[in-house]
Design a protein around this ligand. Structure first.
Ligand SMILES: *[C@@H]1O[C@H](CO)[C@@H](O)[C@H](O)[C@H]1NC(C)=O
Ligand SMILES: *[C@@H]1O[C@H](CO)[C@@H](O)[C@H](O)[C@H]1NC(C)=O
Ligand SMILES: *[C@@H]1O[C@H](CO)[C@@H](O)[C@H](O)[C@H]1NC(C)=O
Length: 357
């Protein structure tokens, strides 16, 4: 009796919990299936998210992991050469600790959101490598074992599998990737945080193709050099109706797992190319795509360690800011109500047929 009252309260609240399982959160449902967590990115601090209590309530109740959307990126952690500022990162970490969440730390070396002193410098490999090393050492040592994992290198490849242009690649060559992982490993050792996992993270590696082959080749090369890599992050920024099939997603995850890697879906969102975002038919197709994507991590087995969505509220999604006219990509609509996609994810986590697809 008491339990059913609690259940009724939960279902009726802004928690917007699935009806079928006593209001269990997505994170609890994921953990019941052996996953570490079901997580979300959050762009905190300095944004509306930071003080939106309805948003924060759902963040706290539904998710077991949070990824800083921006706070740990190079331009915020080292705005000027060797002048580090970890105040945003520490704020994020404190919120995670107080709410009992794991953090996938994101990221150390990437082409984008790098400080001006790096992108405008007149570097040679000999002068840039120490800059990269200093950034990795100071940042990794500061956060230590507060990170579950680090995305050491982010988005290093073009879709054809060649290395993509960046200040790092253009100056140092592909060696920058091996050095970045080596430095991260060494820095963790100095602070006795060897358990922190080292990841390569990218988009467009959720279905078979040359980019997946390039990542597998990179892993082989790291291992040949006795440099540690623990996992590959599959960003999973998909389009409604264009989401890779269940078979393709499972095959790709299993290819990484076969190479003795963990995998995680690290930035899942499924956007509409254009309006309408909220018709019944649009929502049904999106729910189907979320159902397939989350199911793939369950079907791939234990070494798909979890799923992270790239924020959960359409109002705070990065999509409309980055792709004009596109949007509607997350699990909660623009009045912060759970969409069919939310219930589809819950169904997938429970191993049930999709009730809203
Ligand atoms: C560090 O960053 C915070 C937040 O962006 C800012 O308020 C603060 O002034 C910075 N600290 C220094 C020493 O620049
Ligand atoms: C860049 O550095 C090289 C080698 O140190 C030097 O020869 C060249 O003049 C520099 N170019 C500029 C624009 O400063
Ligand atoms: C958001 O979802 C709620 C509950 O399903 C619904 O009443 C509202 O109309 C939705 N908002 C939009 C913009 O569709």
């Amino acid at each position: 009796m008491r339990l059913s009252i609690v259940t009724a309260l939960l279902v009726g609240s802004s928690l917007a919990a699935p009806h079928h399982e006593k209001g269990l959160s997505l994170n609890t449902l994921a953990q019941r299936r052996g996953k570490l967590w079901f997580g979300t990115a959050a762009d905190i601090p300095h944004t509306a998210e930071t003080t939106d209590t309805a948003y924060l309530d759902i963040l706290k109740k539904q998710f077991g992991e949070m990824t800083p959307a921006n706070a740990l990126k190079f331009l915020f952690t080292e705005p000027e050469q060797n002048k580090f500022n970890f105040s945003d990162g520490d704020y994020f970490m404190d919120l995670a600790r107080h709410t009992g969440k794991s953090v996938r730390c994101h990221n150390l070396v990437w082409a984008t959101q790098v400080s001006d002193f790096v992108t405008t410098g007149n570097w040679t490999a000999e002068t840039l490598i120490p800059v990269m090393r200093n950034h990795i050492f100071k940042t990794v040592k500061h956060f230590g074992d507060r990170c579950y994992s680090w995305d050491v290198v982010n988005e290093a490849f073009n879709s054809d599998g060649s290395f993509s242009s960046s200040i790092w690649y253009d100056t140092i060559g592909e060696e920058y990737v091996y050095l970045a992982f080596k430095f991260a490993q060494q820095a963790l050792k100095e602070v006795h945080a060897n358990k922190v996992k080292l990841y390569y993270n990218d988009y467009g590696i959720e279905s078979p193709g040359p980019k997946v082959d390039a990542v597998l080749k990179l892993v082989k090369e790291l291992r040949k050099r006795h440099i540690r890599i623990d996992g590959v992050g599959l960003e999973a920024h998909f389009m409604v109706g264009g989401t890779p099939s269940l078979a393709d997603q499972v095959a790709t995850q299993k290819a990484f797992i076969k190479a003795d890697l963990d995998v995680a879906m690290t930035e899942l969102d499924i956007r509409f190319a254009q309006e309408p975002f909220y018709t019944a038919e649009a929502q049904r197709q999106q729910a189907q795509d979320y159902y397939v994507s989350v199911s793939s991590c369950l079907l791939s087995g234990r070494r798909c360690v979890g799923v992270v969505v790239w924020d959960f509220y359409d109002k705070y999604s990065w999509v409309p800011y980055s792709f004009e006219g596109q949007g509607g990509a997350t699990l909660f609509n623009d009045t912060l109500e759970a969409k069919p996609a939310y219930y589809a994810v819950a169904d997938a986590l429970m191993g049930k047929p999709c009730s809203v697809c």
